[in-house]
Write a protein that binds this ligand. Structure first.
Ligand code: AMP
Ligand code: MN
Ligand code: MN
Ligand code: MN
Length: 294
């Protein structure tokens, strides 16, 4: 097969969801490109949270390895009182709508982090803000993940999932409710910049069936086109459930590891099962947006 020009079908080893040091991953865009390439990825996208600052580096590193690339981002959204993530693929990262929207979404993270640290201090964990900052690659993007790394490193918990469970989810002392972008705004920024919006890891939200139905229908009403079916955040039961929902709602299907770190992520880049071939892959419709190496 031509590696520079692979067929854009369901069998493609596409990995369209991961994070670098530009958000809450531990590898650089170059490190991720090398790892994706070594693991046999044939189409790659870096989807940092609320930030496109790593896109030029990711594209250059992918092309140096002969790896086709799609521009990516993962936008934090508040829907039905909960946080939902929307992945954008194949958009123009320099477009004003997405640049301004993402800057506004990032805006609030620092104040939120200081409140999180105050909540942790109230239960005897002092200095968590300064501690978390030591893990932050991008000062605009301090996240719960950075607090989790700090609490593991200082021996408060033995791994990051224990930190989330005990300290960083609703009802826990380091949790601070936050208002992110609206669903309609996030989908609009992506589509106005020429890209395709995808619901990230729907199996992770604790929605009732009615709320989930509302998420899918409102997303489509706003112009959203895809849903992640095969993701590192889904169980095998979720793979089947969201494959059915992709068909029911006539959505394009996406695939991505959601890789953050060699020591924290249980699914590596490019190592997920393929998309079921009864689904229409999102990359089939992005052929003219794929940036191919020359
Ligand atoms: P934030 O955007 O600051 O709310 O942080 C959200 C990030 O925290 C997600 O993108 C994941 O990387 C991470 N995360 C969320 N829940 C968990 C969990 N239960 N265990 C480990 N990491 C988590
Ligand atoms: Mn993350
Ligand atoms: Mn996510
Ligand atoms: Mn993610």
């Amino acid at each position: 097969m031509n590696t520079l020009n692979p067929a854009l079908n369901a069998a493609l080893n596409a990995d369209l969801h991961c994070h670098s040091v530009v958000s809450d991953g531990t590898l650089t865009p170059e490190g991720l490109a090398a790892r994706a390439h070594a693991n046999g990825v044939q189409l790659w996208s870096l989807t940092d949270h609320d930030e496109v600052g790593g896109q030029a580096r990711a594209l250059a590193a992918a092309h140096a390895l002969g790896l086709p690339y799609l521009t990516g981002v993962e936008i934090s959204v508040t829907f039905a009182g909960a946080t939902v993530h929307i992945v954008g693929l194949g958009f123009d990262a320099s477009h004003g709508a997405i640049q301004e929207g993402l800057a506004a979404t990032r805006g609030g993270r620092e104040a939120r982090a200081r409140e999180m640290a105050a909540g942790l201090a109230a239960v005897g964990i002092e200095g968590a803000y300064e501690g978390a900052l030591r893990y932050v690659g991008n000062p605009d993007l301090i996240s719960r993940t950075h607090f989790a790394r700090h609490l593991v490193e200082t021996g408060v918990c033995s791994d990051t999932s224990e930190v989330f469970r005990r300290f960083l989810v609703e009802g826990r002392p380091g949790y601070v409710p936050h208002r992110w972008a609206s669903l309609g705004d996030a989908v609009r920024w992506i589509t106005e910049a020429g890209g395709t919006a995808v619901i990230a890891h729907p199996g992770r939200y604790k929605f009732t069936p009615n709320e989930e139905y509302a998420l899918f229908t409102e997303f489509i009403t706003h112009g959203g086109r895809g849903v992640e079916v095969i993701t590192g955040s889904h169980t095998t039961a979720d793979f089947a459930k969201y494959a059915d929902m992709a068909i029911e709602f006539d959505l394009l299907a996406s695939r991505g590891s959601d890789f953050h770190s060699p020591t924290e992520s249980h699914v590596d880049l490019g190592r997920l099962p393929p998309l079921p071939d009864r689904l229409r892959p999102v990359w089939e419709t992005l052929a003219d947006r794929v940036q191919r190496p020359t």
